[in-house]
Structure formats: C-alpha cells, structure tokens
Design a protein around this ligand. Structure first.
Ligand code: FAD
Length: 384
C-alpha cells in the first residue's frame, strides 16, 4: 500500500529501521532474558534525534507529529516491542506538558526530552484504579508555594529510568472527576521514591515500577494546566497516544509475519516447503491482509490527530488501538502455529512476539473498556 509519506516521514522511518536491525536485533533475546533496561539503544535513538520527532522545533524537536512517532514506533516494534515501549513512553510523559503546560515549564523540560538526554513517564494507574481512573487516591494537598503529594502509583512504564514524570493526583477529593490535577515531578525530588520492579510476561526490555510519594513537595509552577483539569488532560492524552499503541501492534505483527513467511519457505515436510500447503498459505494471506488494514487505520487516525481539524478523536483512536492490537495477538499466535514446535521455543523470535503483543490489548485502556468508548460514541452520533 502507498501511504504517500513525505521526506521527514521517510527519513525517520528509515533511521528507526536501521537502528532496529543493526542495534536492537542482535541483543533483543538477551534483553528479554535479562530484563535489563536498554540504555545503549536509548542513546542511539537520542543521537539520531528520534526522541524529537513529536516535539516542535522551538523545543529542540523535529516538528513531526503523531504520524512520525507512529512510524518510528512501528519500526522499533517490528524487532522488539519492549524497546519500542521504553522509547514511546517518553511521548506519553510529554504530551500533556506540550498541550497544557506553561511556557516556562515547556522551555525547562521539553528540550531535554527532545534530545533524549532525559526520558519521561506518565502515571495515573494505582492498585485500585486501573480502568476506573476516577478511583485514584493519590493526593496533592496545597501548602506554602506548592503541593504535597502522597500516594502510590502502580505499573508505571519507565519508572525509575525516567527523569521527568507527569503525575495525576487529587487536589479536591470532593469534586470527583473535576478534582484531579496533573503535575510535573522530577526524579530526585525529596519524598519521591520507587517501589518494586515488576517481572513481566512480555516487553521485558521495558521497566514497569511503582512510584511512591511521601510528603513530596512540588512547586505550584509545576502544575500542568489548571487545578481540576487532571482527568480532562488524561482523556485527551490517551486520545492522541493510542495510535502509538496501534503502531506498536502493527510493528510486532509485521515482524511475526516476516519471520513466519521466511520459515514457511524453508521448512520441508512431506517433501515440500510448508508454504506449498494451502492451509499455511491462507494463514499467511489473512495475517498480511489484517496487518495492512490495521496499518491503514493507524496512519489515518494519526493523520487526523496531526491535522487538528477535529479535537474529539476518541472514537477513531479507540478503534485503531482495539483493531490493531487484536490483529497483533492473532498474527503473532498464528506465527507460532506456522513455526510448529520450534515456535514454542525461545530459540526462535515468535514466542517472544506473542508474549509481547498481549500488552497492546491491555495498556492505555483495555480493549473491553475501549469497546465501551466506541459504543458510547456511536450512541451519541446523529449522522455518519
Ligand atoms: C506493562 C504495563 C505497563 C503499564 N504502563 C503504565 C503507565 O506507564 N502509566 C500508567 O498510568 N499505567 C500503566 N499501566 C496500567 C494499565 O493502563 C492498566 O493496567 C490498564 O488500564 C488496566 O487496568 P487494570 O490492570 O487495573 O485492570 P482492571 O481495570 O482491573 O480490569 C480487569 C479486567 O476487567 C475488565 N473491565 C474493567 N472495567 C470494565 C468495564 N467497565 N467494562 C468491561 N470490562 C471491564 C478489563 O477489560 C479487564 O479485562 C501499565 C500496565 C502494564 C501491565
């Protein structure tokens, strides 16, 4: 399919592919085994300016947008979804600041994110507030010149590795959904520490940790937007970040398709390469068709975000994340099937891809919750 990419888009896609093949591919199995954070690869991505793709030039970025980010994420995910997640979450940790932060805050933090000198992270989830983010308990209590944060965030990607955190906390419990606010918190702030690092099924090259706040003082200048806007900014954040999860899903599925195709041409059974059997051919045909449909939906959604023509893109961004992640799970499972017994072994890459793909159906809104979002948007529609 021709997606009519411009010069910047082609360049960042090619750069990401080169890094993925030359730097990530040789170490991906080791990263999966050791669960070590891929700092060396983050450095290559920083050296090639890829952390700046989604940020404006005035803050040191390349002035791309959601589509450019998706292209990079897709290429990295084609080789390793864990590394791709570590990279992509810096955008999750900076979008709210970019859209709602004061000029002073943006000038202070965005250039370090754009250069890759510092990673960013975003934290709303808590032990009792996953899909139901309205149930968060972390508080931000007003004090002289700022706020005191208290509470624990769970499952935070880049936790402990990132220097810059966007934290959602309650400034007024009584106000319900309008009682939360977003704050910018630096890693070494007193009262801010890290809990346990999770041991995960997949994306093991990414770090997932608890964040702990105990009377952590945050100056009032570090509020992002105004008091009470925390959930509004979070909903907006996920609307523009979900195409990135769609791109992760397309990338991991593409990697699995290529591996399965290659194996099917080489594996001989009954005197023939298994690709000569129609059952295998049809699996490959379905995999390729599903991936292209997912890619088209992800790119179209990313382009809608970048055009700025419509602010409410909750419907499309939920659709592209749900569709692409379901495709990723189907395609990676079928890739394991095409490999047969060896597909189940760690010597081959497809079992890792299957384990990695699962997360795309869970984070940034589970696919069940996002189907609720799609249905609710459909109910509101008066015309198509
Ligand atoms: C590896 C990893 C990285 C993560 N990174 C981050 C991060 O960087 N920052 C962050 O803030 N969070 C992060 N999360 C949290 C993630 O977004 C949540 O795990 C996710 O939103 C689901 O919440 P939960 O785990 O509490 O599941 P629950 O909400 O407890 O859901 C359990 C099950 O119930 C279903 N369910 C719940 N409510 C409904 C409903 N209304 N209708 C239908 N079904 C429903 C769900 O679909 C799911 O199947 C991460 C999670 C993981 C696993």
């Amino acid at each position: 399919m021709e997606y009519f990419l411009n010069d910047l888009q082609k360049a960042v896609k090619q750069m990401a592919r080169t890094i993925a093949e030359e730097k990530i591919l040789p170490v991906r199995a080791e990263l999966d085994e050791t669960e070590e954070f891929p700092w060396a690869i983050m450095k290559y991505l920083a050296d090639t300016d890829l952390f700046g793709v989604w940020l404006p030039e005035e803050y040191g970025g390349l002035s791309g947008g959601c589509l450019e980010l998706c292209l990079v994420v897709e290429e990295l995910s084609r080789v390793c979804l864990g590394v791709a997640t570590s990279y992509a979450v810096s955008s999750l940790g900076s979008f709210t600041l970019l859209e709602y932060g004061s000029e002073e805050l943006k000038r202070k933090y965005l250039p370090d994110i754009a250069s890759g000198r510092k990673l960013a992270a975003f934290a709303v989830t808590e032990a009792e507030a996953g899909s139901d983010i309205g149930a968060i308990k972390t508080t931000a209590t007003r004090t002289n010149g700022g706020y005191l944060l208290n509470g624990t965030k769970q499952f935070i990607t880049n936790g402990g590795e990132a220097e810059i955190y966007t934290i959602i906390a309650l400034t007024d419990k009584a106000k319900g959904p309008r009682g939360a606010s977003a704050f910018l918190v630096e890693k070494d702030t007193p009262g801010f520490s890290f809990g346990r690092k999770e041991k995960k099924m997949g994306i093991r090259a990414s770090t997932t940790r608890e964040l702990v706040f105990e009377d952590c003082f945050v100056p009032e200048g570090n509020i992002i937007g105004r008091e009470g806007m925390g959930f509004i900014t979070t909903i907006r954040l996920f609307d523009i970040s979900r195409p990135g999860i769609g791109a992760e899903a397309v990338g991991v599925a593409q990697g699995a398709l290529e591996a399965a195709l290659d194996y099917a041409k080489k594996r001989i059974q009954f005197g023939h390469p298994i690709i000569s059997f129609q059952a295998v051919q049809h699996m490959l045909a379905n995999m390729a068709t599903d991936i292209e449909a997912a890619r088209a939906l992800v790119y179209a959604t990313a382009r809608t975000v970048d055009s700025g023509v419509r602010r409410n893109i909750g419907l499309e961004s939920a659709m592209c994340k749900v569709f692409a992640s379901d495709v990723a799970m189907r395609v990676t499972t079928d890739a394991v099937q095409i490999f047969g017994g060896v597909g189940y072994m760690r010597d081959y890459p497809v079992e890792k891809m299957m384990r990695d793909a699962k997360i795309t159906q869970i984070y940034e809104g589970t696919n069940q919750v996002l189907r609720n979002v799609i249905a609710s948007e459909l109910r509101k529609k008066k015309a198509f």
